[in-house]
Design a protein around this ligand. Structure first.
Ligand code: SF4
Length: 352
């Protein structure tokens, strides 16, 4: 008999499943709290459920877990987890302690179909979408391993994959992360990133209007953007910025624009001025990052003085622009690096 994976069910679906077995809907809320709020891993531990219900769950249902195949600790405090999925594929999550918050970056797909030229994950293409439970379980498993004095405060879907290319997995996962009976993160502490899938941005905004949206812009002109983000041919900047203007942002909130600076491609003062023009009328915060060099790729990170000059053009025009440091470089923390090293049979950095 195939066991039912309860972690792929919404609270409503759990209630229906229990109802079919003669149990009241409030049992679903109890079960859900045990699964997500407390994160227990056995039905036996759910002590306020009646014994007969626990026996049914034990016989018919499962609470699958993801166990890290590797865990690496960086000198800067960053921790990286490589999770092995039931079919043998792997995905990465990164735990990032910062001043006043701890952010967990999780993956939404095995590989990615977007083909971004600055990203190692792009090189192998898309293998498959993650199921909702495989997305949420990254959070639950890292939470189990997190020191109690530094709990995860923020979740970003910026790991492997394009989240909006897997809304079927991402939307139910967001429900578990936000539901007050579940993990119950504040919506402003949850961020979903996209390279600009315009129709799906509207869907996300409609389903979860209070979470943060991050747009990985790539460049401020279509020509430069299309060179590094092939998907951009489908959704050029005019369409993307129109979608950003139409996005249902809560009051006082901004869209985060992630801008990876690549030497000679998108880091000129002219690109910075064009970015200022593009962002006109959008409540925006820009995070500037230099790319991590990728073996064999034709792109190089921008020089530090170029990054500062780019930031100055934005700041002088009244745009909030911050330079983000790359974290965990000694443990291959950038998206796709650890998985790629493992696939190549490379040496993985061990905890230390
Ligand atoms: S940057 Fe993101 S969207 Fe682009 S290929 Fe990498 S994982 Fe996919």
């Amino acid at each position: 008999m195939q066991l039912e994976n309860l972690k792929n069910r919404s609270l409503k679906e759990l209630a229906a499943w229990l109802g079919e077995r003669g149990h009241k809907p409030f049992r679903a809320r109890q079960l859900y709290r045990w699964m997500y709020h407390r994160g227990v891993e056995s039905f036996d531990a759910m002590t306020d459920l009646p014994k007969d219900l626990r026996a049914v769950l034990e016989a018919e249902a499962a609470l699958p877990r993801l166990i890290p195949a590797h865990e690496s600790h960086s000198r800067d405090g960053t921790r990286k987890y490589l999770f092995r999925l039931p079919d043998g594929e792997t995905v990465e999550s990164v735990w990032i302690p910062e001043e006043g918050r701890v952010t967990l970056c999780i993956s939404t797909q095995v590989g990615c179909a977007m083909g971004c030229g600055f990203c190692l994950t792009a090189q192998g293409g898309l293998t498959r979408n993650l199921e909702p439970w495989e997305i949420v379980e990254q959070y639950l498993e890292v939470r189990r391993r997190t020191p109690p004095e530094t709990p995860i405060s923020n979740v970003v879907m910026m790991g492997m994959g394009e989240p909006l290319h897997n809304l079927k997995g991402v939307l139910p996962a967001l429900a578990h992360l936000l539901d007050e009976q579940g993990i119950h993160l504040a919506p402003r502490r949850v961020t979903v990133s996209t390279v600009g899938l315009v129709p799906q941005m509207a869907e996300l905004g409609q389903a979860f209007p209070k979470i943060n949206l991050a747009v990985s812009l790539g460049a401020a002109t279509d020509a430069a953007r299309e060179e590094i983000i092939p998907m951009a041919r489908r959704w050029p900047l005019d369409a993307l910025m129109a979608a950003c203007r139409a996005y249902p942002l809560p009051p006082r909130r901004r869209i985060f624009f992630e801008y990876i600076l690549i030497r000679g491609l998108n880091d000129s003062p002219a690109q910075a001025r064009e970015l200022v023009r593009r962002l006109h009328g959008v409540r925006a915060k820009v995070n500037l990052m230099t790319m991590n060099p990728i073996p064999g790729a034709p792109y190089q990170p921008s020089e530090p003085e170029t990054v500062l000059a780019f930031q100055k053009v934005l700041s002088d025009s009244g745009i909030r622009a911050f330079i983000r440091k790359s974290r965990g470089q000694d443990i291959l923390a950038a998206c796709g690096q650890l998985r790629s090293a493992q696939a190549a049979g490379g040496t993985l950095v061990t905890p230390g």
